[in-house]
Design a protein around this ligand. Structure first.
Ligand SMILES: Cc1cc2nc3c(=O)[nH]c(=O)nc-3n(C[C@H](O)[C@H](O)[C@H](O)COP(=O)(O)OP(=O)(O)OC[C@H]3O[C@@H](n4cnc5c(N)ncnc54)[C@H](O)[C@@H]3O)c2cc1C
Length: 371
């Protein structure tokens, strides 16, 4: 069988190959873990090699800037933005600069059934839905071609996403006019399976009744801090509308780690050379380096990786305060600027057990939670 990739650890599911195939022979299809992979229709494939050539995972150096140039501590100036953002609200400040110039924003949103999907925003309200980290891989199908369409009619575009998604878009756009395209990647710990996220929602619905009605990953109901980041996953259902703390999804993500995509374990975007013009993240360690700026409403880290990134940051200066900091701080605090996440040796055992017994039983066996 023809494949675009040699082993799942080499495919991040970015859709660059699907969007580049000249005969439309590639479609993205979920595997048994719920991650999307390209599948080739052998009757339409003409063996041109475009799909392998466009793969950002195989050609990572082609879609990264050199090591980041500057790093900043940053924070949005508005209280309400801070309280509705994961970190220091950098995403809102940066995306506002593009929206006010008539541009469009691409970022991760929830659809009506809590699937994480990449969407296009032209208004503040649409953009606001992209706020808050959503800990499941977003569905990018159809998005790169929309971005290309926007650029072709002269719109400014800010695309935000994981480093591999930004790299995929950069690779897809290679050789085309990208002067109005701005890329902003997040520092990414690793990306969990959409299927596990959906199973988690069904489990909560069974336990609490009704349908999931509210989700707050990384809620600011608790002070922003590295310690608190493990106890800020809140959910409510239609039957039980109180937002309740539940750390089991966090446990799956950070402790069990088997739910993370295989390619994250060999991610080539876990160093200081970034695919985005800017990189945004949490300013972990602020309490050590600059205790006077340790704000429980959240602080952002911003890395400037290109002159375009520098320009975007400059435009954002009215909305956001920022302070130049030594690179050594973020290099010490952010493991994903140094190395990929380590996936557990018993990863397959987890999936076989989940497949046979369901999520509640897998949680009990692998995370020590009573079903
Ligand atoms: C899976 C994941 C892992 C992360 N790992 C780290 C880490 O190791 N260290 C760290 O400091 N920060 C990490 N972050 C980033 C951090 O949590 C914040 O998203 C970032 O600091 C932006 O915060 P903000 O206040 O500027 O923006 P917010 O207003 O919170 O905006 C969120 C931004 O993240 C994007 N986004 C949200 N969910 C997804 C998704 N599933 N896929 C792609 N893009 C998404 C949105 O498009 C938007 O641009 C991670 C985020 C995610 C989604």
């Amino acid at each position: 069988m023809k494949t675009v990739y040699d082993g799942k650890e080499h495919c991040c599911g970015c859709t660059a190959c699907e969007n580049s195939c000249p005969t439309g022979a590639i479609s993205m299809s979920p595997d048994w873990e719920g991650f999307l992979y390209p599948v080739i229709d052998p009757f339409r494939c003409i063996d041109c090699g475009v799909c392998r050539n466009v793969c950002p995972f195989e050609h990572a150096d082609r879609v990264k800037y050199g090591p980041f140039q500057k790093s900043f501590l940053a924070q949005h100036r508005e209280e309400n933005v801070l309280m509705q953002s994961t970190s220091g609200g950098a995403f809102t400040a940066l995306s506002d600069c593009i929206l006010t110039q008539g541009g469009v924003i691409y970022g991760a949103d929830f659809d009506g059934e809590w699937h994480v999907v990449h969407r296009r925003a032209q208004t503040d309200a649409q953009r606001d839905r992209m706020r808050i980290s959503k800990y499941a891989q977003s569905d990018l199908r159809g998005v790169f071609q929309q971005v290309e369409q926007d650029l072709s009619v002269g719109r400014m575009v800010l695309f935000t996403g994981t480093p591999c998604q930004c790299a995929g878009l950069r690779s897809f756009m290679e050789g085309k006019d990208t002067s109005r395209l701005y890329l902003c990647d997040i520092i990414c710990y690793g990306i969990p399976s959409p299927m596990i996220w959906q199973s988690f929602c069904r489990m909560i619905e069974q336990e609490r009744g009704g349908q999931v009605s509210q989700v707050q990953f990384r809620s600011k109901a608790y002070d922003w801090s590295r310690e608190n980041s493990n106890k800020v996953f809140l959910m409510a259902t239609t039957e039980d509308p109180v937002l309740r703390l539940d750390d089991r999804y966090y446990q799956l993500f950070f402790k069990v780690r088997s739910v993370i995509r295989p390619s994250c374990g060999s991610c080539p975007f876990t160093d200081r050379s970034r695919p985005g013009d800017l990189t945004i993240a949490d300013y972990w360690g602020v309490e050590k380096y600059l205790p006077q700026y340790n704000d429980p409403r959240g602080m952002s880290l911003i890395l400037v990786n290109s002159s375009k990134g520098e320009q975007l940051l400059e435009w954002a200066q009215d909305a956001m305060f920022y302070l130049l900091r030594p690179a050594s701080e973020c290099m010490a605090e952010q493991a994903r600027l140094r190395e990929p996440v380590q996936l557990p040796a018993n990863r397959r055992e987890f999936w076989e057990y989940f497949d046979a017994h369901g999520l509640a039983a897998a949680l009990e066996k692998f995370a020590g939670h009573q079903a």
